[in-house]
Design a protein around this ligand. Structure first.
Ligand code: HAM
Length: 419
């Protein structure tokens, strides 16, 4: 016999028992986004590789080692499964002149692909809800996005998610800070681990991201960009903080918060939990005022974020949240004539907006009743030979008091809907 083929490592199935919780989460996000005027758009899962290299940055973990890149077998073009959605959305916005007449609030959702080491909360195919405000200089939209996420956590009844913010300034300020960092870390070069030595040459900002305990004191003492912001960035950051305070949103300024993608400037933020171990960030984003130009578009300020769906689902599950998706009725039947009646009764109940499962594949009355029970349905509708002959249906409540009554087909919808 042939061996069993399993799912690719780090890529998960969402099975029917888990799916209702996912759908609940997705419904709530969609509703909250809509309430802030965000409109849905869809971009492809596959884009040309240079898009991500240019947008995310050559010297990032994502581009250096996590992309699923392959060659189009006909024309040799290098293509990549999207590791995130922002680059594709900005590409689409430029391509279709989306922000030509007015700024746009948009969102998308779906699978993203990163070749990371899988662990709890970290996968190779994962899902994001991604929102982008295109053409807004802020900081009002920066505030609005954070407020929108705070509302989402409330709507999902999730607590313990804390907000961390920082400003990483504008390119000039970052360059000056980068120079100051290189100088500082070069002075302490012998205290750097191998990874950081390498980053000192390529991306010194990422040294601040090091989790190596031996490096923490050195990192604490490093020059901080947030202390060296120019006036415009400073005012933007003050505006963000004031706006959050106006909404009563608590936050921590984390001068070491740098994001893993290079397109950001000024505002960066992450919502974090201490309930998921190392994969603490459930949503992250910030401003990327230079990205449109970097991708060949007109200068267009913008700000956005993405939510990691799997991490929110893990939080909901760890809070004991369950959502079940059950039919209103399960139809049990025996005999040719009964089967016909069962099917037509089910169709008219569906016309009335009810969810009905008709037993298929035969089975004794007892085994059909077992399936009815396992389906979670509120009612079993029983059509035996006697019922079929009399054009009646026996209705048995499967939850609570389990009485049974006989009804005509056209009385069923009202009865099922009113109980
Ligand atoms: P990101 O921080 O790379 O940002 O990802 C956003 C969120 O996606 C993370 O906070 C995390 O919850 C989730 N996530 C990332 N990688 C994985 C993974 N391997 N497994 C499970 N969940 C993961 C972005 O992607 C930006 N595009 C966000 C953004 C939009 N910035 C501006 N606009």
């Amino acid at each position: 016999m042939a061996g069993v083929i399993q799912a690719v490592r780090g890529m998960n199935d969402v099975l029917p028992d888990e799916a209702p919780l996912w759908q609940h989460f997705e419904d709530v996000v969609r509703e909250v986004f809509a309430h802030y005027g965000y409109r849905y758009l869809q971009v492809p899962l596959v884009e040309s590789t240079p898009l991500f290299v240019r947008a995310i940055g050559e010297v990032t973990d994502v581009v250096e080692k996590e992309m699923y890149t392959f060659t189009d077998r006909l024309n040799g073009e290098s293509l990549t499964l999207r590791p995130e959605a922002t680059a594709g959305i900005v590409r689409a916005a430029i391509e279709h002149s989306l922000t030509y007449e007015r700024p746009q609030r948009v969102w998308t959702a779906g699978p993203m692909f990163r070749h990371e080491r899988p662990q709890k909360g970290r996968y190779r195919q994962f899902h994001q809800f991604d929102a982008e405000a295109l053409g807004f200089a802020g900081p009002d939209v920066d505030v609005e996005q954070v407020v929108m996420l705070a509302r989402l956590w409330r709507a999902l009844d999730l607590d313990g998610i804390t907000l961390h913010i920082n400003s990483i300034g504008d390119p000039d300020e970052r360059r000056a800070h980068r120079a100051a960092l290189v100088e500082y870390f070069s002075l302490h070069a012998n205290a750097l681990d191998a990874d950081s030595q390498r980053r000192l040459q390529t991306n010194p900002l990422r040294i601040l991201d090091s989790k190596n305990p031996a490096m923490q004191t050195l990192i604490e003492g490093a020059p901080r960009l947030v202390d060296r912001l120019g006036q415009a960035s400073r005012e933007h950051f003050d505006g963000l903080q004031q706006g959050l305070a106006d909404h009563g949103i608590e936050f921590t300024i984390d001068p070491r918060l740098v994001r893993g993608l290079d397109y950001y400037n000024r505002t960066v933020f992450e919502w974090m939990t201490d309930r998921l171990g190392a994969q603490a960030t459930v949503a992250g984003g910030g401003r990327y005022d230079g990205l449109f130009e970097q991708l060949g578009g007109k200068p267009t300020p913008a700000c956005g974020f993405a939510i990691g769906s799997e991490r929110i689902i893990l939080l909901l599950q760890s809070a004991g949240r369950t959502v079940v998706d059950v039919p209103d009725a399960y139809v049990v039947h025996a005999g040719e004539q009964a089967a016909r009646l069962a099917r037509s009764v089910a169709e008219s109940l569906r016309d009335a907006g009810l969810a009905v499962v008709v037993n298929a594949g035969g089975g004794s009355f007892k085994s059909q009743m077992k399936r009815a029970d396992a389906s979670g349905a509120r009612y079993a509708l029983i059509v035996g030979e006697n019922e079929a002959a009399a054009n009646r249906v026996a209705v048995k409540s499967l939850r609570g008091e389990g009485g049974q009554i006989d009804l005509a087909p056209d009385e069923l919808a009202t009865h099922l809907s009113s109980n």
